[in-house]
Design a protein around this ligand. Structure first.
Ligand code: SF4
Length: 384
């Protein structure tokens, strides 16, 4: 979670500030023999070195869409026939989906997707043997297995539940919203979720994870005759590491092009060091307004880590940033190492000529997201 944010000027980065690693990370690093000045320790690295040149952008569509083939990794418990109590609305059999939403929450909270787990396993091999980085990754993987086995949350911070609902004509948003809230209450009772919803100013906990615009629900009507619900559990520590830049930025020289985007992402990755439980995954939204840009950035976190961007320029930049951020040496939990991020996923939106936003949604290693599909009377929960 977030630690102190005492900042200092970078010696090699004009106008760029970065945080000191959190106190606990410093302490842990010291215990493991690492510290400022030790090769590989995050503080010795800064992306504001040789940026090189990027190429100019072209229009692209988001490579992630709920209709995209998601690999059909079915969870054993999750395919079943729907109850018969249905009522016909338009072309879709409207039903109470509360129980399926509870299963979706449980699955997201306790069962890490295979793409993330595989990336973490690969990272273990990449890190130096017996290093703090390798130890952190092995502990994470133990934790992942234990959660799956016991049906307990992968992390104590089950975060903000963020739902995306795609639905056909005739489905009532009001009904779905009620069912989502009911499912969240049940999941909280069953301890799949920690009660996380507190009133903004008083800090008073509602006790059941519901409140003003909590959980977050995005609705999108589509032309298909079935319902799909995506759920992402966004931990607070990772959410705090998100960033948004209005380019050209006062923080660093940048133009409104792909090079400016790259500088913004590198700056955000550098500032997140020691925070947000690395290795993380970065979703990047380019363009739009402030709100749509960040929503697009978060949507990218649903993409499978192994996918490719349909836009060749963005695909090349995703791979380049993945490599460059890992060269910063921040490493798992900020202990130093070769694995700072597991992936970078980007998309762009149209914008007004006066604005150029780059939004970065940071997701920690506990990258909890799942998809529920209700189609032709059957229910499937799967990882992206
Ligand atoms: S793993 Fe993620 S959700 Fe858990 S404490 Fe770290 S940042 Fe928060």
């Amino acid at each position: 979670m977030q630690g102190n944010l005492s900042r200092r000027r970078l010696k090699d980065g004009p106008g760029i500030e970065r945080p000191e690693p959190r106190a606990s990370a410093r302490a842990d690093a010291a215990m493991s023999g690492m510290g400022p000045g030790t090769p590989g320790f995050a503080r010795d690295y800064c992306p504001m070195r040789d940026y090189g040149e990027g190429e100019h952008g072209q229009a692209a569509v988001s490579p992630w869409h709920p209709e995209r083939d998601t690999g059909k990794l079915l969870l054993a418990h999750a395919t079943r026939k729907t109850p018969s109590k249905m009522r016909r609305l338009g072309g879709f059999h409207m039903q109470d989906i509360t129980e399926h939403l509870v299963e979706l929450i449980k699955s997201a909270s306790t069962d890490l997707g295979p793409d993330v787990q595989n990336a973490l396993s690969t990272a273990v091999e990449t890190e130096e043997k017996d290093s703090a980085a390798q130890g952190a990754l092995l502990t994470i993987l133990d934790n992942v297995e234990m959660s799956r086995k016991t049906g307990r949350p992968i992390c104590q911070d089950t975060g903000t539940p963020i739902f995306y609902v795609w639905y056909p004509v005739g489905v009532s948003q009001l009904q779905i919203r009620k069912q989502v809230k009911a499912a969240v209450r049940i999941a909280t009772e069953k301890t799949y979720l920690r009660p996380n919803a507190v009133e903004a100013l008083s800090g008073k906990n509602s006790g059941d994870n519901t409140g003003e615009d909590f959980p977050t629900i995005h609705f999108d009507e589509w032309e298909h005759d079935y319902v799909k619900v995506g759920l992402m559990l966004k931990g607070g520590g990772s959410e705090n590491c998100g960033a948004q830049y209005s380019v050209p930025s006062q923080d660093f020289p940048a133009a409104r092009d792909i090079t400016g985007v790259r500088k913004a992402v590198l700056d955000a990755a550098c500032k997140a060091q020691g925070l947000g439980c690395a290795p993380g995954i970065l979703g990047v939204g380019i363009g739009g307004d402030r709100a749509t840009s960040m929503i697009k950035a978060k949507e990218q976190l649903f993409r499978r880590l192994t996918d490719s961007n349909e836009d060749a320029e963005l695909d090349a930049m995703e791979k380049r940033l993945h490599r460059e951020i890992n060269e910063l040496g921040i490493g798992p939990m900020g202990f130093g190492g070769k694995t700072t991020v597991l992936g970078v996923k980007m998309a762009q939106l149209h914008r007004v000529p006066a604005s150029f936003f780059v939004s970065i949604a940071y997701m920690c290693w506990a990258d909890r997201r799942k998809l529920l599909t209700i189609k032709n009377g059957s229910v499937t929960i799967e990882a992206p």
